[in-house]
Design a protein around this ligand. Structure first.
Ligand code: KIV
Length: 263
């Protein structure tokens, strides 16, 4: 069954948890879709996860469109959400709408994600044009320089209050869902209870309406330590290294190719 903004809202109402994972390429997107994930997020985390940038700030529209196109060629059922990269929605609502429309018209996404509660006019304009927008509060990685690092947000009473207000603003603007990143569980619970749209957590505890993680992290593809909120469901980096080492040694020894691989 295809995921839509409507089906996600129904999942919240019925208490069925929403699942979301990132993909930046066609085979990964196909695997996620075949596994039954509800949302495939083409995150701007592609910048640090795949492209070798230090953070998500340098990621461009062209890079996001390129990866979103690859993902949309594979996905049949999941909702495809593309991250709007840094400075693609901040300048003015008109250019934000133009950039959002490119993800839908050129790249095959079903909606876009925008960080923060500052650019409400841009968010409204995009939604008015018929493009679903997912909000993103808590730790917003595009603001890492301002936030002073990747740390839990909303710990103080004032910060918590501002986050709840921001979430209400995003709902009022018409967002179909929001991501809450690195937020104390009880604050995320409060936000999820306050909003009627689904709240999807990443490092925001069990009370959210769903969970999102970076696929490369849960598969252990980076060969690096992962942050506390990630659970590694597989450790594929050493497995891939083992396979590559076997190839190298078999080529060097002459064991590969065998007659079964030859014509
Ligand atoms: O870019 C990304 O992958 C994200 C998720 C981790 C929420 O924004």
């Amino acid at each position: 069954m295809k995921t839509t903004t409507h089906s996600l809202r129904e999942m919240k109402v019925s208490g069925k948890k929403i699942t979301a994972l990132t993909a930046y390429d066609c085979p990964t997107a196909r695997m996620l879709d075949e596994s039954g994930v509800d949302i495939v997020l083409v995150g701007d985390s592609v910048g640090n996860v795949l492209l070798g940038y230090e953070n998500t700030i340098p990621v461009t529209m062209d890079e996001m469109l390129h990866h979103t196109k690859a993902v949309s060629r594979a996905v049949k059922n999941a909702m495809i959400i593309a991250d709007m990269p840094f400075m693609s929605y901040q300048l003015d609502p008109g250019s934000a709408l133009y950039n959002a429309s490119r993800f839908i018209k050129e790249a095959g996404a079903h909606g876009v994600k925008i960080e923060g509660d500052i650019y409400i006019d841009a968010i409204k304009k995009i939604i008015e044009a018929g493009i679903p927008v997912m909000g993103h509060l808590g730790l917003t990685p595009q603001l890492v320089n301002q936030l002073g690092g990747y740390r839990v947000q909303g710990r103080s009473a004032n910060e918590a209050k501002a986050m709840i207000e921001g979430a209400k603003q995003l709902e009022k603007a018409g967002c179909f869902s929001i991501v809450l990143e690195m937020v104390p569980s009880l604050l995320a619970k409060k936000v999820a209870e306050t909003l009627s749209i689904p709240v999807i957590g990443i490092g925001a505890g069990v009370y959210c309406d769903g969970q999102v993680l970076v696929t490369n992290d849960i598969l252990g593809l980076s060969g690096k330590a992962v942050t506390r909120f990630v659970k590694k469901y597989a450790d594929l980096y050493p497995e891939m290294k083992r396979a590559v080492s076997s190839f190298i040694s078999e080529v060097r020894s002459g064991a590969f190719p065998g007659s079964e691989h030859s014509f």
